[in-house]
Design a protein around this ligand. Structure first.
Ligand SMILES: C[S@@+](CC[C@H](N)C(=O)[O-])C[C@H]1O[C@@H](n2cnc3c(N)ncnc32)[C@H](O)[C@@H]1O
Length: 270
């Protein structure tokens, strides 16, 4: 088994082990999804009735359900059979508006079997950094999407919130007394690298994160005919409520550092 395949298999096993814990904690969305990501997704993906949307690495189906509520016809895929079982249970009331399949997004052959030129849009919420490889997905999306189709993805901001960043809070003397500044220390950015981590505190099993600098991440799209036509860097506002069910340490104190980035790439006409 090659290194990438071994990492992919390890990642799949970890997500199967963590599926129930993830679902209990995530439910229908946490602060990251509700406050940072979804407002940007709605701006970038105005859903029209009957629009065909592929939800890549859909997890428990929370974004599939949000899209279906807006009128889309959704295909949700994930390589974790445990996640897909949970997604199906949670989506029972959605009837034929969402179809789920267990598909590995690194498997180009399986992706293309979904049907070439069948989708108006694709979404991947907080998952590209969980994938051992992203080139097969971009190559497939270039054929799955209709001309002019869009791929919207959110992810941990590769510059400020990658597995090799740490939070830094420093207190020093300001002119009005002690002042605490909040930032991040970045000690690996330029190199594609994987590292174990957890998405939520208390997670039963650590899983691999796959860091890619922006050049590598967006380059996978550029090489397959996509251009970036929208991008938002999302941080909590200073006025946001203190952390409720927010992943790890991010809070409104870090309002100058965006933990999340949402990107829309559009397939140039063919
Ligand atoms: C952080 S969760 C996000 C789930 C969902 N998109 C959400 O917003 O709640 C990452 C998901 O990516 C899935 N995943 C990781 N690598 C994958 C791959 N190669 N193919 C399909 N799904 C994958 C995991 O099983 C997991 O459900």
């Amino acid at each position: 088994m090659g290194a990438v395949n071994a990492e992919n298999a390890e990642t799949q096993a970890a997500w199967n082990s963590n599926a129930s814990f993830w679902d209990e904690r995530m439910g229908e969305g946490n602060d990251f999804v509700n406050m940072l990501i979804w407002p940007a997704v709605e701006r970038m993906l105005p859903v029209t009735p009957g629009m065909q949307v592929l939800d890549v690495a859909c997890g428990n189906g929370l974004t599939s359900r949000r899209l279906a509520e807006q009128g889309a016809s959704v295909t949700g895929i994930d390589f974790s059979s445990e996640m897909i079982a949970i997604a199906r249970r949670r989506s029972a009331a959605y009837g034929g508006r969402i179809a789920y399949q267990v598909i590995d997004a690194t498997d180009e052959h399986a992706l293309l079997a979904l049907g070439e030129r069948c989708f108006d849009a694709a979404l991947s919420n907080m998952a590209l950094f969980d994938m051992a490889e992203i080139d097969p997905l971009f190559r497939s999306l270039a054929r799955l999407l209709r001309p002019g189709g869009v791929f919207i993805f959110s992810l941990m901001h590769p510059c400020f919130n990658n597995p090799f960043t740490t939070h830094v809070a420093e207190t020093g003397n300001g002119k009005d007394g002690n002042v605490t500044t909040y930032g991040v220390k970045v000690y690996c950015y330029m190199t594609n690298a994987s590292a174990h981590g957890t998405a939520m505190s208390g997670q039963p099993q650590a899983h691999l994160y796959f860091h890619r600098p922006l050049e590598a991440l967006l380059g996978a799209g550029f090489r397959t005919g996509f251009v970036v036509d929208a991008l938002e860097e999302r941080a909590f506002a200073p006025s946001d409520d203190p952390a409720q069910n927010r992943p790890l340490n991010w809070s409104s104190a870090y309002s100058e550092i965006p933990p999340v980035m949402v990107v829309r790439m559009r397939l140039l006409g063919q």
